[in-house]
Design a protein around this ligand. Structure first.
Ligand SMILES: *Cc1c(COP(=O)(O)O)cnc(C)c1O
Length: 466
């Protein structure tokens, strides 16, 4: 058929009703529903009309199929995190163990005893699913859980320090990415920030001199995503705890990542645990569920029973509470901690962090030829040593030895930003998108977090790529 110029071409496009009656569309309607197919038909016809292409029924039909396929793809999808940052906030932080996924599906599919005491046959407390486990694992008197640690801090400030002063070292007035800035959270909670000391050095006497009539709390915030080195000083937690006690003030530590076990036992750098923070004298300790703990997003609060009770009674607790899926997953993850010997095998976050570099290198050597074939002449592949990061603010300076596939674009423009971005975009366009990082004129795929080797390889197997 010859190309016909508009408006003749447009007028020859079939009507919506005629297209819907095509036999090929009957199957699509059975799968996607009539409304979805109708939307796709309308959109495809509109695109043809706008493009002045000559009507071509088979091509039109293909276009409709592609639109339906794209529309059926969930917006939130699994990806391969090969960035080298294990707990990557943009990629959903900790991967969950199968025990947590089973608990989510079990509890999510129907009714559960979320706020129901099965023994007594009366109303229960949703925190009960995890409070006992958290108390056992940290030595705390009491525990409660909210949506995330930013929420936990907001709640603790609002419940314990509204309209009063919270004393914090200037070295800890941090921003943790996004819009989480400590001074902003303080303001939103209705507290007055009382900064003490300097950015690099704050002494116990700085905290002591700031205590007065209006003081409500001493707060210590883990510096998370940066570290002050060299000429620096901070008051010891035990000393701050004693000072707080002398003045009848609560001492609260926002640990951020907050490990539940000593990571050194798994060959990782040491990170303070929630139990240690409590043992040093903190009245409340806050930490995240989806950072080093390796569970779902949650903000965990452990500590003194009277203070936890005040948090639980505050109206914000209702607004910030966790849902049953989170609590089910968190309980399942906390149960794994009861068996420290098998923890590294059972908890994906810890397993990935503790993964030996030699194992990652062997994986890289197995996969390199496959990638080389897939890329053909467009890029060169080699295996290089790299350093992974823990991520999410944990141990920002410590790095874990790892290995990556280094993909270096070939051709005259090989080092250009455009060539690198084109290569990265090709990897992101795979059925399960592959997310690497760009460094040194290459795309690096750090294989530390690649456990589904077969699924990954299948995407690059001969004939699998578009
Ligand atoms: C990560 C972090 C937070 C925020 O935790 P979320 O669970 O992401 O809300 C708060 N404080 C510190 C010190 C952190 O490292």
């Amino acid at each position: 058929m010859a190309l016909s110029p508009a408006p003749t071409g447009r007028s020859r496009l079939p009507a919506v009703d005629r297209v819907l009656a095509w036999p090929a569309l009957a199957d699509l309607i059975a799968v996607h529903g009539r409304t979805g197919v109708l939307d796709a038909v309308r959109a495809e016809l509109a695109a043809w009309r706008a493009s002045d292409r000559a009507p071509d029924d088979p091509a039109l039909c293909d276009g409709i199929v592609l639109r339906l396929r794209a529309a059926a793809q969930p917006r939130l999808r699994r990806v391969f995190n090969l960035t080298g940052t294990v707990l990557h906030t943009n990629l959903g932080r900790a991967p969950l163990p199968p025990q947590a996924l089973e608990a989510i599906s079990d509890v999510g599919a129907g009714a559960c005893n979320l706020e129901y005491d099965l023994a007594g046959g009366r109303r229960g407390d949703r925190d009960d699913a995890v409070a006992g486990l958290l108390q056992r694992l940290t030595g705390a008197e009491a525990a409660t859980v909210v949506n995330n640690t930013a929420a936990a801090l907001l709640l603790a400030l609002a419940a314990l320090a509204r309209r009063r002063e919270v004393i914090v070292s200037r070295g800890e007035l941090i921003e943790i990415g996004g819009s989480f800035r400590l001074p902003d959270i303080m303001r939103e909670a209705g507290c007055r920030l009382r900064e003490v000391g300097t950015t690099n050095r704050t002494h116990l006497r700085d905290h002591a001199e700031a205590i007065g009539e209006r003081s409500a709390m001493l707060l210590k915030v883990h510096a998370s995503n940066y570290r002050i080195e060299g000429f620096s000083a901070a008051a010891a937690e035990a000393d701050l705890a004693t000072l707080a006690r002398q003045h009848g003030l609560p001492f609260v530590i926002d640990l951020g990542s907050g490990a539940l076990v000593d990571l050194a036992a798994y060959g990782l750098p040491h990170e303070p645990t929630a139990a240690q923070a409590l043992a040093s004298g903190a009245d409340l300790v806050l930490f995240s569920g989806d950072k080093l703990l390796g569970g779902p997003q949650a903000g965990i609060v452990v500590g003194r029973a009277d203070l936890v009770a005040r948090l639980k009674k505050h109206p914000l607790k209702r607004a910030l509470r966790c849902d049953k899926l989170t609590l089910a997953a968190l309980e399942a993850v906390l149960r794994l901690y009861a068996d420290p010997d098998r923890l590294a095998a059972q908890l994906p976050a810890l397993r990935l962090l503790a993964r030996p570099a030699v194992q990652i290198e062997a994986l890289a050597r197995r996969l390199a030829p496959l990638l080389a074939t897939w890329l053909g002449a467009t890029a060169q592949v080699d295996v290089v040593p790299v350093r992974s990061q823990i991520g999410s603010g944990a141990l920002p300076v410590e790095h874990l030895p790892s290995h990556a596939l280094r993909l270096t674009p070939a051709g005259p423009k090989r080092g250009s930003g455009r060539a690198l971005e084109a290569l990265a975009a090709r990897l992101r366009a795979l059925p399960v998108p592959v997310i690497g990082r760009i460094a040194d004129a290459s795309v690096l795929l750090d294989l530390r977090c690649l456990e589904d080797e077969a699924g990954f390889a299948a995407q690059f197997a001969a004939g699998a790529s578009a």
